[in-house]
Design a protein around this ligand. Structure first.
Ligand code: RB5
Length: 146
């Protein structure tokens, strides 16, 4: 069973709480890295907490949320070893795992319906990385990064 964590800024706080309940009802506890209220905060802080948790092997897979999904994904993708993908449709939810081995699923709470988020998350969490030619490409990302 993968170890999952979730984090959001104020724009994603409400959706984060709903997702925690959704997973709790399935018997899965998401590690909550914040934010813990709807008060305004800075999405890079939450992205960086998530990246640290992954790089410290505390968790395997993360869920990040901000208002648009953009700021928090830009911030997360600056961190070593992080492949954060905005799941803007169901095919992308599949491909982000199969081809890109994404380890963080990103959502824009103000742009996406709850039912779409749930469906895409289920696809994302139940799809394996294909490896092969995609492995080399992923390694190149880290090489380019330096
Ligand atoms: C916060 O208002 C908003 O700017 C943030 O959640 C996100 O959408 C940034 O990209």
């Amino acid at each position: 069973m993968v170890k999952l964590a979730i984090a959001a800024d104020h724009g994603g706080f409400e959706l984060k709480e709903k997702l925690k309940t959704y997973f709790m009802d399935k018997g899965i506890v998401l590690k909550d890295l914040g934010t813990y209220s709807a008060e305004s905060c800075d999405y890079p802080d939450l992205a960086q907490k998530m990246c640290a948790a992954i790089n410290d092997n505390e968790i395997d897979t993360g869920i990040l949320i901000c208002g648009s999904g953009i700021g928090i994904s830009i911030a997360a993708n600056r961190c070593k070893g992080i492949r954060a993908a905005i799941l803007y449709n169901d095919d992308v939810a599949h491909l982000a795992r199969e081809h890109n081995n994404a380890n963080v699923a990103v959502f824009g709470a103000r742009m996406m319906d709850y039912s779409d988020v749930i469906r895409r998350l289920e696809v994302f969490l139940n799809t394996e990385f294909e490896g092969g030619r995609h492995q080399n490409r992923i390694e190149k990302i880290e090489k380019v990064r330096g």
